[in-house]
Design a protein around this ligand. Structure first.
Ligand SMILES: O=C(O)CCC(=O)C(=O)O
Length: 283
């Protein structure tokens, strides 16, 4: 059994009790600068298409496909150790995205990231999220707002969240959430790690500068992932990734045979010469 550092023990305990923890010294300056340079290069393509994505928010999905620096963050040892604690072996990456809130962005609807899974709440964790601050987060620039303890709430307690248009329509719901929430005012380079069932939202950006972040999220190996990485990431790119990243992307089998490819291990499908059996008939 691996020994856990004091920081890890505290992080795990905080996630269990309050639904989230903050790792303040998560990204060294050089790595943060590399992320900033990447985002400067690839931003400017996609604005959100609804109030959830944010009309003044840019998101780039499958972010780990763009640069090794993101891949290293996805498989950061501290995050993997927290995933090991809360998720079953062979857990998956469910999304990897950048989130850039531009000035004038309004608050996001309150939500939990694992809302897709129809297992009654309160329930064990199906997913675990991270948000890495690439700029300082404050109450002025839209720092993430989170409701401590909401990971333990029932379906009745969260009724009215964004799925029902509640946070926009029902002002008493919004007021109730607001009164129990805190804004994460964290320095650039810090990372908040939270249970996928914790209620939170991106805040309002009334500053004059963008607020950049990235979010890698993980889920149980038996849960459907938010992103379909099999289609978004070319196999040639995945072939160059570490075995652990390949596994996180679904090139793994949950025993005895979930995730198999025509009866074979999915890693075989990364072979440049791989042809699915169904296509071999045409040869
Ligand atoms: O940008 C943030 O602070 C939170 C974003 C978020 O919760 C999401 O998009 O699911």
């Amino acid at each position: 059994m691996k020994t856990q550092t004091r920081q890890l023990v505290v992080a795990i305990e905080e996630i269990k009790t309050q639904g989230y923890t903050v790792i303040s010294d998560f990204l060294p300056a050089a790595q943060r600068q590399a992320v900033k340079a990447l985002l400067a290069r690839i931003n400017g393509q996609f604005l959100g298409r609804n109030n959830f994505e944010g009309a003044k928010t840019e998101r780039i999905y499958s972010l780990l496909g763009y640069d090794k620096v993101i891949q290293d963050i996805v498989e950061d040892e501290r995050i993997m150790a927290i995933c090991d604690e809360f998720l079953e072996a062979n857990y998956l990456l469910t999304t990897s995205q950048s989130i850039c809130l531009h000035p004038g962005e309004t608050p996001q609807p309150w939500h939990a990231d694992d809302v897709f899974y129809s297992i009654p709440r309160p329930r064990p964790m199906v997913a675990l999220s991270t948000i890495v601050a690439i700029d300082d987060f404050s109450a002025v620039n839209g720092g993430t707002e989170i409701i401590p303890g909401s990971h333990l709430w029932s379906d009745e307690e969260i009724a009215g969240d964004y799925r029902e248009g509640g946070s926009e329509r029902d002002s008493s719901f919004a007021e109730r959430m607001q009164s129990q929430s805190i804004t994460l005012e964290i320095p650039a380079g810090a990372c908040v790690v939270f249970a996928g069932n914790t209620l939170h939202r991106g805040g309002e950006n009334h500053s004059k500068a963008p607020r950049q972040a990235l979010s890698n999220q993980y889920c149980q190996p038996w849960a459907r992932t938010i992103e379909n990485f099999f289609l978004s990431l070319p196999r040639a790119l995945v072939r160059e990734m570490s075995p652990r990243l390949q596994s996180l992307l679904g090139y793994s089998v949950l025993s005895p045979f979930m995730g198999q490819v025509s009866g074979s291990h999915p890693l075989k499908a990364l072979d440049p010469d791989y042809l699915p059996p169904v296509s071999r008939l045409d040869q």
